[in-house]
Design a binder for this molecule. Structure first.
Ligand code: ADP
Ligand code: MG
Length: 276
């Protein structure tokens, strides 16, 4: 594939955990939402994230686990520059993404791409797949390079080129989600933010998509921020795992530490529940 990135210089040697590059660093992040009640009369403030700090090394998969409403998507949205912090920072390679100028932000959005749970909401029903993908490809590429990249994207998610002429409703759920992954790759991205990206698929399809994601990560030297409420998929894909509860990051560590010797009783509870 022509857009495969080489590892950043200096990465050839195995680096220890302490000197690896922090691609993303979240520092003391607090996010509040103002919510109105049903009649729009009263306003209350919900603190969705409370003083969250963690980092994501280049090339790793950090998984974030937590129940519905714990703030997982809000962290994803902050990293994607869609939800601004009330306090704290999100850094990419040491630079505050909220201080980016327009061109830097555009580059950042190409570099860090989301894949959401619901492919139907992510794909415009009126656009054929060719257009949905072409929109994501770097407009400065020549038309030859663009179609080469489209073909590469499709083959990397194991989709046949004949789907280019179809509309989203003419694809299966699994095919649509693979189109979403292909589109996230079409920008030449370095990192995917996978927010419950495979959660709505049936179990065999989940296994297939997990395998595909692992292959893609290796082939393209990607970094993953993998969000899920499902510990079983996390066990397969993660290098490190963070546990979120009521907007607080209560525990974070290597996958084996979290799964084999969790420190927090809440993590133990999540693990016990996932065994049934
Ligand atoms: P999760 O992804 O873990 O389910 P979210 O980040 O979506 O959690 O939500 C965290 C909290 O913030 C919840 O209490 C939710 O109701 C609230 N929330 C999320 N998005 C918004 C929004 N756009 N406006 C108001 N409140 C929100
Ligand atoms: Mg969510």
């Amino acid at each position: 594939m022509f857009w495969i990135r080489k590892p950043a210089s200096g990465n050839r040697k195995m680096k220890s955990n302490t000197d690896r590059e922090k691609l993303i660093e979240v520092k003391e992040l607090t996010v509040r939402y103002r919510q109105r009640n049903g009649f729009g009369l009263r306003e209350k403030t919900v603190e969705a994230l409370k003083d969250i700090s963690f980092f994501i090394h280049r090339g790793e998969t950090l998984a974030l686990v937590g129940e519905t409403g714990s703030g997982k998507s809000t962290i994803a949205m902050s990293i994607l520059h869609f939800v601004s912090p009330d306090s704290g920072k999100v850094l990419c390679s040491g630079e505050d993404i909220w201080k980016y100028k327009r061109a830097e932000l555009r580059a950042y959005h190409r570099k860090v791409q989301p894949v959401f749970q619901n492919a139907d909401e992510s794909l415009n029903p009126r656009l054929k797949i060719r257009l949905a993908l072409a929109d994501a490809v770097d407009p400065t590429l020549s038309s030859e390079e663009k179609s080469l990249r489209l073909r590469d994207c499709l083959s990397s998610v194991q989709l046949n080129e004949d789907i280019l002429t179809r509309f989203p409703h003419q694809l299966s759920g699994g095919q649509k989600q693979r189109v979403c992954i292909a589109r996230a790759l079409a920008t030449g991205s370095e990192m995917l933010v996978l927010d419950e990206a495979i959660s709505s698929q049936d179990l065999s399809l989940q296994a297939h998509l997990l395998k595909l994601l692992l292959e893609l990560k290796k082939k393209l030297s990607l970094t993953f921020f993998y969000i899920s409420h499902d510990l079983e998929t996390v066990r397969v894909i993660a290098d490190r795992v963070g546990i979120l509860k009521d907007g607080r990051l209560i525990e974070i560590g290597d996958k084996n530490e979290i799964f084999n010797s969790p420190k927090e009783s809440y993590t133990q509870l999540l693990l016990e529940r996932s065994r049934f």
